[in-house]
Write a protein that binds this ligand. Structure first.
Ligand code: NAP
Ligand code: HSE
Length: 430
């Protein structure tokens, strides 16, 4: 009996595209038994044909012409691993129109245009899967959409950026400053040539927008996420955090509250006893709290050639099974609610504040008074050793409305006795 073949096209042959090519090859011998068909990569689209030719066995599949793919009716499935918004967005829409299913790893695109793409997939009854767009190799989209569908999920939080977790781990364990740790991340290939999206928290923000939309069944876009990166974190902050029994992690936190959805990515102090405190190096982890499941945690490699390809090939196999069962387009957009997004000023946070101030009587009292007058309650206030002529103080607040804290900080920054606001970092938890 002849083999059943499903033809696919790969858009992009960089880190992830090469991984997909390799994993499909590794799976080749058992694919038919596993899923009932063999996936053939019929075309690979790149810009630089010569560079790509060195990476694969059969360069005849390479093209730099999208029309050769979209107009080829024998191609059922498009795997988009180019990245960026355009032309990826337009080509995916054209792929659906042409009757093709799509798998992507493109979080930039899904976090901003997920709704449009899912609607188009539904219109043409095609599958659109994007497991690799959040936390690389860790299964999280499918668990949220399917395995945990019997829950009302109230919180999804975690470490969803490997580059920044690697940097913070080096700063914590080896006392490196940020610039040194970033240089090491770049040298080892964790950080991209332009690491801005990682270190500014944008990459994690996109992943949190995607997860929050699915977890809370209500659309959250990247623009709804409050993001802050790790460039201002110093090894001294990390040392002081340790004295408080905490580590500093770049956390993504999404909550579905009675007053709206809040989604943020910020560096935070987290107790060293919390399971996320031990997620180190380039690993990622995601915590989910649901009313039925209680707590569930997902841990693994959040990036890289093969871990990301693992998620993509899982999606590809799912689509092949759906095609064979004539069941495509079964699970589309799950955002059937329209919940409000909370104003960042109305979110509640605890803060760690490090200040350099005049070393004279009454200074601590005047700072405490500004905080108190703005409804900011102090949980701890510690005077560290003198730093030159100045006193260095650390304040940890109780949970406060962010708008109130910002009002207090505007006054504190303008006080004559305050020489520098050296750090403002949030503290995870009530
Ligand atoms: P990459 O190494 O930069 O590779 C991009 C590939 O896409 C290259 O082969 C490039 O071809 C091709 N390409 C880009 N624009 C194109 C265009 N307009 N026309 C034709 N080909 C084009 O990127 P990557 O790291 O593999 O990431 C790919 C996607 O996966 C991104 O959306 C990324 O966010 C996502 N992702 C990556 C990881 C990871 O660990 N790297 C993890 C999860 C998700 P040329 O080389 O010829 O320009
Ligand atoms: N740049 C990302 C990270 C990997 O460092 O986690 C791609 O999602």
């Amino acid at each position: 009996m002849s083999k059943k073949v499903i033809n696919a096209a790969l858009l992009g042959l960089g880190t992830v595209g090469t991984g997909v090519y390799k994993v499909l090859r590794q799976q080749r011998d058992e694919m038919e038994q596993k899923i009932g068909a063999v996936v053939e990569i019929k075309k690979i689209l790149v810009r630089n044909l010569k560079k790509a030719a060195a990476k694969i066995d059969d360069p005849s599949v390479l093209t730099n012409n999208w029309k050769e793919i979209v107009e080829d009716d024998s191609i059922d499935l498009v795997i988009e691993v180019m990245g960026g918004i355009e032309p990826a967005r337009t080509w995916i829409l054209e792929a659906f129109q042409a009757g093709k299913h799509v798998v992507t790893a493109n979080k930039d695109l899904v976090a901003s245009y997920g709704s449009e793409l899912l609607d188009s997939a539904a219109e043409y009854r095609r599958d659109f899967l994007f497991e690799a767009s959040v936390a690389g190799g860790i299964p999280i989209i499918r668990p949220l959409k399917q395995c945990l569908a019997g829950n009302h999920i109230s919180e999804v939080m975690g470490i969803v950026n490997g580059t920044t977790n690697f940097i913070l781990t080096k700063m914590t364990q080896e006392g490196m400053e940020f610039a040194e740790a970033l240089a090491l991340a770049t040298k080892l290939g964790y950080a991209e040539a332009d690491p801005t999206a990682d270190i500014q928290g944008l990459d994690a923000g996109r992943k949190m927008a995607i997860m929050a939309s699915i977890a809370f069944n209500s659309r959250v876009t990247f623009q709804d996420v409050s993001t802050e990166g790790i460039t201002q974190i110093s090894s001294k902050d990390i040392r002081y955090a340790k004295e408080l029994g905490c580590v500093i992690k770049l956390l993504g936190v999404a909550r579905n509250t009675d007053t709206g959805i809040e989604v943020r990515v910020q560096p935070m102090l987290i107790p060293d006893t919390h399971p996320l405190a031990t997620v180190n190096d380039s690993f990622n982890a995601v915590f989910v709290h649901g009313d039925a499941v209680d707590d569930a945690m997902f841990y693994g490699r959040g990036a890289g050639e093969l871990p990301t390809a693992s998620a993509i090939v899982g999606d590809v196999f799912d689509i092949v099974r759906n095609i064979l069962a004539d069941a495509t387009g079964r699970i589309g957009c799950t955002c059937y609610k329209q919940l409000p997004i909370k104003d960042p000023d109305d979110m509640e946070s605890r803060f760690f504040l490090r200040l350099h101030v005049d070393d004279r009587p009454g200074v601590l009292a005047s700072i405490a008074s500004v905080l108190g007058n703005n409804n900011v309650s102090i949980a701890q206030m510690i005077q560290k050793q003198k730093d030159g002529d100045l006193a260095e103080i650390v304040v940890v607040t109780s949970g406060v409305r962010e708008g109130d804290f910002n009002d207090a900080m505007l006054i504190i920054e303008g006080m004559n006795v305050v020489h520098k606001v050296s750090s403002v970092i949030r503290v995870y938890g009530e």
